[in-house]
Ligand binder design. Structure first.
Ligand code: NAP
Length: 369
């Protein structure tokens, strides 16, 4: 029987997120249970088989698994075949969160590989953006025009004007990469609602506002592409990440709906759902009040310079979704769909472990005072 440690009560496998199956059903308890167990085993086998197909594709030098989901591999033929130089040639690309981390890697790689009409770099820190601009100019093989547009993604009301400024630089924006984002560490119960709202603004609403500011032009021209960097945590929630998981889930839902609405009108929508990337994301995360959280996990992740070319290739092929994540994250995604209660038990155990780690940290802090 599957009985993940950490579950206080005996584990009873249940399907769907709608709550336990009613005990009042006519079937004898033993037969009902055996049937559930058979279904559970079949679900796990199906998920594992799907993951094995996904895992059989490329791996990076830092051990990240496939950058395509298994379904994407199966549907390989339906995606566009354009190369990065071909697709991005003559286009204006606007990248948010370009002052460091993954956004910086995307900008540099684009400068190197594509002959853009223009590149716009946004984030809050102007000096860091200027540094990235200089690197892009050095890396570019031909002439490259780069504009720096500082903005704060948390200040939603200012973003339509920022979009107007971005359009004025080169007369248009052809591809918007909503990459700017902030991590979150803390317990839901201890987090002020203002922090939840700020994370939601930066990780979700900012992208929506920028997209809506550019969409009318794209629909008029019958051409445009929005790329949203979400996360594997947009498919399932880890303990200690309430605000982040909420924002990343919201982004996947919004862009799934939008993709269907605009697909026949020349506008493409790509969501990128990475696992850990080795950037400063954990260190830069917003913290819930009074919580000392165990160190983040991003240092275990793939190097942004390794991930950037893979993601640009997916954008050039107009992939609807990419999940460049390690096997455990992709397995968790499948479990969330086919045996949610198993994943909930695993997450509960993880929450218990992290609570013990926090208690140990607090004890060490007290001793050193
Ligand atoms: N690292 C990971 O493990 C991981 C995993 C999955 C998804 N992601 C997502 O990948 C994206 C890039 O993250 P990263 O790993 O490169 O993290 P990072 O190194 O912390 O970079 C975040 C970028 O977003 C910008 N940013 C943050 N808050 C902003 C604000 N209020 N206004 C404007 N810009 C803001 C930062 O620039 P300024 O500080 O200059 O504003 C920086 O350029 C994010 O959406 C993140 O959620 C990361």
């Amino acid at each position: 029987m599957l009985s993940p440690a950490g579950c206080a009560r005996p584990y009873v496998p249940v399907f769907g997120a709608g709550g336990p199956l009613s005990a009042s059903r006519a079937q004898p308890a033993g037969r009902r249970y055996a049937r559930r167990l058979r279904l559970e085993k079949a679900s796990i086998l199906a998920a594992t088989a799907a993951l094995t197909v996904g895992a059989s594709t490329k791996t990076s030098p830092r051990g990240v698994g496939s950058t395509r989901s298994s379904s994407a591999v199966a549907m390989g033929g339906i995606f566009g075949q354009a190369s990065v130089p071909d697709y991005f040639a003559g286009k204006v690309v606007w990248i948010t969160g370009a002052s460091g981390g993954f956004g910086e890697a995307l900008a540099k790689r684009l400068a190197q590989d594509a002959k853009l009409k223009g590149l716009i770099l946004s984030a809050r820190r102007q000096d860091a953006l200027e540094r990235v601009k200089e690197s892009c100019l050095k890396l570019a093989s031909g002439e490259l025009k780069v504009q720096v547009l500082p903005l704060d993604l948390a200040e939603i009301a200012t973003l339509p004007e920022a979009a107007a400024t971005a359009k004025s630089f080169f007369g248009e924006v052809g591809i918007l990469i909503n990459n700017g984002g902030i991590g979150f560490r803390g317990l839901g119960e201890e987090t002020e609602i203002e922090i939840d709202q700020m994370v939601m603004n930066v990780d979700y609403f900012s992208g929506v506002v920028l997209t809506k500011s550019l969409l009318p032009d794209w629909l008029r021209r019958g051409e445009g592409h929005v790329v949203q960097v979400s996360s594997v945590q947009g498919f399932f929630g880890l303990p200690g990440r309430t605000a982040y998981a909420a924002a990343k889930h919201a982004a996947i839902g919004f862009y799934d709906s939008l993709r269907a609405e605009v697909a026949d009108r020349g506008v493409s929508v790509t969501t990128i759902c990475p696992g850990y990337i080795a950037t400063g994301h954990s260190e830069n995360a917003a913290k819930g009040e009074g919580v000392k959280y165990p160190e983040g996990h991003t240092s275990k992740g793939v190097l942004p310079e390794v991930l950037a070319p893979e993601v640009l290739k997916g954008i050039a092929q107009k992939r609807p979704e990419m999940v460049p994540a390690a096997l455990d994250a992709r397995l968790a995604r499948q479990l969330r769909n086919c045996c949610p209660h198993l994943l909930f038990c695993i997450m509960r155990r993880r929450a218990q472990r992290e609570a013990r780690q926090r208690a140990a940290h607090q004890l060490t802090d007290k001793k050193s005072e």
